[in-house]
Ligand binder design. Structure first.
Ligand SMILES: O=C(O)CCC(=O)C(=O)O
Length: 326
């Protein structure tokens, strides 16, 4: 059984030069749902052509560019996953413009998330990954790095809370010959501005979602990858097990991407909406989206006393200690 932190059979100082894939067969920008689902199965990702266009794309661009500029003056946050210079992170976007809600209501994109995770998926984050000019290369990783490896029955199990983002050491992205963990995460990278090799388009390792292990985290990478390129408005949907990373921006244009990561209902989302969603945003949020933001109850998980209430009652509404009258 191979998975996540399990030892790779390839010596650590190896640099893989010849990519194990035929570029002509790799996913191309597409709008056919069946083709996109097949690309997800085979390569671990699919590319949606013109996912955002016209006024919607302009509204998203305008709102994000302004927010990012203001936040740079305000506190200039960097993504703990991508703590490199000139890489900016704008998180909790649902609090920063109702236009961003349109991303998690995108029929085709969210149907692909449902295809990977099933109907009760949760929204884990809606945040922006910005590679400004000069931003460097991020470590390859998966978006379910926290998934403990499958246990060999005659060996001790990996403790769930012992998982760390940087313990991957896989060098062989090809399909494992043994059982691997299923996807617990599916993500979408929305290309708000053009994603090119020069601007730092996300790098992906096609087929690595079935490798059963987490990638070596060296920078420079030891593993070949390809750039998920596309004009502004393209979106690429990917399996949480796919090896990927941000790439260096050698251009003079900032690269703006938005990720809408989703996870199984049994997982903890990255962004804590039940605590941090602004009240006005919560009030304006459609109930079906609120349920996906952690305000729903899934098989009694997430309840505050009443199984069917969405949103569940908050602390100031629930029953406290009761005493029988003397
Ligand atoms: O910005 C990118 O291209 C990828 C970002 C990413 O993989 C992450 O934040 O986990």
């Amino acid at each position: 059984m191979l998975d996540n932190a399990t030892q790779s059979s390839v010596p650590q100082d190896t640099v893989i030069d010849d990519p194990p894939w035929d570029v002509s067969t790799l996913p191309k920008p597409e709008t056919d749902p069946a083709k996109l689902r097949n690309d997800l199965d085979v390569f671990g990702y699919g590319i949606i052509a013109d996912a955002l266009a016209g006024p919607l794309l302009s509204r998203i661009q305008d709102r994000l560019f302004e927010q990012a500029r203001c936040e740079q003056d305000f506190y200039d946050q960097s993504n703990p996953a991508n703590p490199i210079a000139h890489a900016q992170w704008v998180n909790m976007l649902l609090n920063k413009g109702d236009v961003f809600l349109e991303l998690v209501r995108h029929p085709l994109a969210m149907s692909l998330i449902e295809y990977v995770l099933g109907p009760d998926y949760q929204i884990s984050c809606v945040d922006s990954q910005i590679q400004h000019p000069g931003a460097g290369i991020m470590s390859l990783h998966t978006d379910q790095w926290w998934m403990p490896p499958l246990q060999e029955p005659d060996r001790p199990h990996m403790r769930a809370s012992a998982m760390r983002r940087d313990i991957g050491n896989g060098l062989d992205p090809t399909q494992a010959q043994v059982a691997v963990s299923p996807p617990m995460v599916a993500n979408i990278m929305w290309m708000v501005t053009p994603f090119t090799v020069e601007t730092g388009a996300t790098r992906v390792v096609p087929g690595s979602h079935l490798s059963g292990c987490a990638p070596d985290t060296s920078v420079p990478h030891k593993i070949p990858s390809i750039a998920a390129e596309g004009p502004a408005g393209t979106a690429f949907v990917f399996d949480g097990r796919l090896w990927h990373s941000a790439w260096s921006n050698s251009s003079d244009q900032s690269r703006y991407g938005i990720t809408t990561a989703c996870c199984g209902p049994q997982c903890r989302p990255i962004e804590n909406y039940t605590r941090g969603l602004r009240p006005a945003v919560m009030d304006a949020c459609p109930p079906e989206i609120l349920a996906r933001l952690g305000f729903g109850v899934w098989s009694s998980y997430g309840h505050t006393g009443d199984m069917d209430l969405c949103p569940p009652k908050s602390g100031d509404q629930v029953i406290g200690p009761l005493y029988r009258s003397k």
